[in-house]
Design a binder for this molecule. Structure first.
Ligand SMILES: [Zn+2]
Ligand SMILES: [Zn+2]
Length: 607
C-alpha cells in the first residue's frame, strides 16, 4: 500500500492481519517519569525567588531581573525544555543572560533551582505563605514583620482580629478589609496541584508505604482517585498490622517537610512540594468503607447515606451498620450491593446522575486505557517534537499501538517550525517509505493545521486532501469575541479536510482560561459534519475537560483521545486523557482511537 488518500480509502489490505495482531497489549503501568518542566513552573520558581530576595532586601536590579525572566518565559509559545532539548541557546531570549540561561537549564535538568532552595531554607515557611496573599508584596510583608513581628497568615489573622493593624502606616481600612477577606479565603483554598504533578509527588510516597513491612493495602482515595484534573491534597488509606506503627513510618518519610498531626491511626503531613498528605490506618474489615468514604465526593457520599437511611442502615468510614452491628465494610462492591447498586467507578462519583443510572442498571461502561489502539496527535523533529518519525513509530509500536498519526505543525506556527506544503509533501513521502518497510505499526499522515483567524485552514486543500486526517487547532487570536471565535471554528469545520478539532477550548489549567466559545453549537455542527473533537491529554490542557466530554457524548460527537506527544515518554500521558473522558461518562464506542485501523479509516471519511 503506497499512499492512503482520504478520497479513495483502500480496501482492507493484506496488512490488516498484522494490525489485528497488534492489538494493544496490557502494558505494565508506565514508569512515572518526571514530566518535562513547564514554562509556567519555571516562571513560578523565578517569581518566588524574586519575592524572597525582595523580602531579604536584595539588590532591586537582581530582583527585577528574575521577575522579567519569569514574564519572558511564561509568555513563550514554545517550552524552554523543548528548546534546550533541540540545542537552542536560551541566552538569546530577551532579558535572559548567561547566568539566567544556566539557571533555567538547571531547572529543566533537575526539576529544581539550588538558589531558590537555599533562599527558601533561610526564609521561614510561614513568610512564603504570607507572600501568597494577593495584597501582600514583599514590602508589606517586611513592614508587618518589622513593626508587628507578624510572620505567618495565622499571626496576621490574629492581629487583624485584635485591631493591631489599625493605625499602622500603609495599612489603611480598605487594605485591612481586603486582607481580612484574603486571610479567610486562604483558609478555605489551599493550593491545588495538577493531577499529573500530584501523581509525580504521590507515587514514590505510595511505593514507600507499600514496601513497609506490615502494610497490606495502601491506596490513595479522594479527588486523586476520582481523577479530578487538580487535587488539593491526598488522602491515603492503609490497612495492615497494627503493630507496624504505620503512621510513625509515614511521618518519617524523607519527603515530609512538616508534620501537621500525628496519632496512632491518622497523621497529616505537608510534603516538600507543598502538597498535604493525610493518612488513615483502618482495620481490614473497614477497608472498603474507608475507601468509599474518603474517595467521595461529598455529594456522592451524602446520596449514599440517604439511601442507607431509607433502608434503616447507617454508613460511615468504618462500615455499614444495622443498629450496632457492622454488616459490611470490607469492600466497596459489597457496600454498593447492600444499597441495591452496582459498583460505581470512582470517576463517576460526583452525584451527577450516577446513582440514578446505577439503580436503572444504566451506568456507562467506561473507556479503558487498554482499549486505546493508537495516538492521533504527535509531533516529530519536523516541527517542535524531539524524535524522528521512525523513533516515534517505534515507541508507539512498543506500546502495542496499531497506528500513529504524525501531526506536525503547519507553517503559520513559525515558532514551532511549522511545515509548508513542500515540507509536508516530503514528510508524506517519508511516511510512505517507512510504512513500506512494515514497521509493525501503520503511520497515518496528518498535520496539526492552524485554524487562521478567518476560519480558513493554513494549507491549501489539495495538500490537505493527501492526508489521512487533520488535527485543526487554534494557536493565536485567543481573544476574539464568543461569536467570532465560534464562527471561526464552524467555518473551519466546513472544510471537508477538517477531521479533529485539537485542544478545542485552548485552556491551560491555572494559566489560561478557555477562549470564549459556544461549545454546544460547535458540538452540534461537528455532529452534522462528521467532525471529531479532541481530548488532549497534556496535563496542563486536559481539553476537552470532563464536563465537555459528557456534553459531547450526549450530543453524539465522537472524541479522539490524543497525547500531543513531543517525545516518546509523553505517549504515556494517554491515561490522563482517558481519565477525563471516563469522568465524562465516555465509553469505548465514543472514542475514535479505540477502533481498529479499517474502522478508523471508515470513520475518518467525511464524504
Ligand atoms: Zn496545538
Ligand atoms: Zn500539537
Amino acid at each position: 500500500m503506497k499512499t492512503t488518500r482520504r478520497a479513495a480509502p483502500p480496501k482492507e489490505s493484506r496488512r490488516s492481519e498484522v494490525w489485528r495482531h497488534a492489538a494493544p497489549s496490557r502494558t505494565p503501568p508506565p514508569r512515572r517519569q518526571a514530566a518535562a518542566v513547564s514554562n509556567a513552573e519555571i516562571a513560578d520558581m523565578f517569581n518566588t525567588l524574586a519575592d524572597l530576595l525582595d523580602v531579604e532586601g536584595a539588590n532591586p536590579f537582581r530582583v527585577r531581573a528574575y521577575r522579567n525572566a519569569a514574564r519572558t518565559i511564561a509568555g513563550l509559545p514554545q517550552s524552554v525544555a523543548d528548546m534546550l532539548a533541540e540545542g537552542g541557546d536560551l541566552s538569546e531570549l530577551p532579558g535572559i543572560g548567561k547566568d539566567l540561561a544556566g539557571k533555567i537549564a538547571e531547572i529543566v535538568r533537575t526539576g529544581r533551582l539550588g538558589l531558590l532552595e537555599e533562599t527558601k531554607a533561610r526564609t521561614p515557611g510561614s513568610l512564603i505563605e504570607l507572600l501568597s496573599l494577593p495584597s501582600l508584596g514583599p514590602r508589606r510583608v517586611e513592614a508587618l514583620h518589622n513593626s508587628l513581628g507578624i510572620s505567618s497568615v495565622a499571626e496576621l489573622a490574629a492581629a487583624l482580629e485584635a485591631g493591631r493593624l489599625d493605625g499602622l502606616r500603609g495599612f489603611g481600612p480598605k487594605l485591612r478589609e481586603r486582607l481580612r477577606q484574603e486571610v479567610a479565603r486562604h483558609k478555605g483554598s489551599e493550593r491545588r496541584f495538577k493531577l499529573a504533578t500530584a501523581e509525580q509527588i504521590a507515587a514514590p510516597l505510595l511505593s514507600y508505604l507499600r514496601d513497609l513491612p506490615g502494610v497490606r493495602h495502601a491506596i490513595i482515595a479522594g479527588s486523586y482517585r476520582r481523577r479530578k484534573e487538580t487535587v488539593g491534597d491526598i488522602d491515603i488509606i492503609v490497612t495492615g498490622d497494627r503493630r507496624a506503627k504505620i503512621t510513625d513510618r509515614f511521618t518519617a518519610y524523607e519527603g515530609v517537610e512538616e508534620i501537621i498531626a500525628h496519632g496512632p491511626t491518622r497523621a497529616s503531613v505537608r510534603l516538600r512540594s507543598g502538597l498535604q498528605a493525610d493518612l488513615r490506618f483502618l482495620p481490614e474489615a473497614s477497608f472498603g468503607a474507608g475507601l468509599l468514604y474518603f474517595t467521595g465526593s461529598k455529594a456522592h457520599n451524602i446520596a449514599l447515606r440517604r439511601i442507607a437511611l431509607e433502608r434503616g442502615l447507617k454508613i460511615n468510614e468504618y462500615g455499614v451498620f444495622r443498629g450496632d452491628r457492622r454488616i459490611a465494610g470490607r469492600s466497596e462492591p459489597e457496600i454498593y450491593a447492600l444499597l441495591d447498586l452496582p459498583y460505581i467507578e470512582p470517576e463517576l462519583r460526583e452525584d451527577r446522575g450516577e446513582i440514578e443510572a446505577g439503580h436503572a442498571q444504566a451506568l456507562p461502561n467506561l473507556v479503558r486505557l487498554d482499549q486505546i489502539r493508537g495516538d492521533l496527535h504527535v509531533h516529530t523533529l519536523a516541527s517542535d517534537g524531539r524524535l524522528s518519525i521512525a523513533e516515534m513509530a517505534e515507541a508507539a509500536r512498543r506500546r502495542g499501538y496499531a497506528y500513529l498519526a504524525i501531526s506536525d505543525h503547519t507553517h503559520s506556527l513559525t515558532v514551532a517550525r511549522g511545515l509548508d506544503a513542500r515540507r509536508l509533501a516530503a514528510q508524506m513521502d517519508e511516511i510512505d517509505r517507512i510504512n513500506d518497510r512494515q514497521p509493525g505499526i501503520t503511520l497515518l499522515k496528518s498535520a496539526e493545521v492552524d485554524i487562521l483567524e478567518d476560519g480558513s485552514l493554513d494549507l491549501p486543500d489539495e495538500v490537505l486532501r493527501r492526508l489521512d486526517l487533520t488535527v485543526c487547532s487554534i494557536h493565536s487570536g485567543f481573544h476574539l469575541s464568543r461569536e467570532k471565535q465560534t464562527t471561526r471554528i464552524l467555518r473551519a469545520m466546513d472544510n471537508p479536510c477538517f477531521t479533529i478539532l485539537g485542544h478545542p477550548t485552548g485552556r491551560l489549567i491555572g494559566l489560561r482560561e478557555p477562549y470564549a466559545l459556544d461549545l454546544e453549537r460547535i458540538l452540534r455542527a461537528a455532529l452534522e459534519r462528521g467532525c471529531v473533537l479532541e481530548v488532549n491529554a497534556q496535563p496542563d490542557r486536559l481539553d476537552l475537560d470532563d464536563g465537555a466530554c459528557r456534553l459531547a457524548k450526549e450530543i453524539g460527537v465522537k472524541l479522539a483521545i490524543s497525547t500531543d506527544a513531543h517525545d516518546a515518554g509523553q505517549l504515556d500521558l494517554m491515561r490522563f486523557g482517558v481519565d477525563q473522558a471516563r469522568r465524562g461518562w465516555v465509553e469505548a464506542a465514543d472514542v475514535l482511537n479505540t477502533r481498529d485501523l479499517p474502522s478508523l479509516r471508515a470513520l475518518l471519511r467525511r464524504t
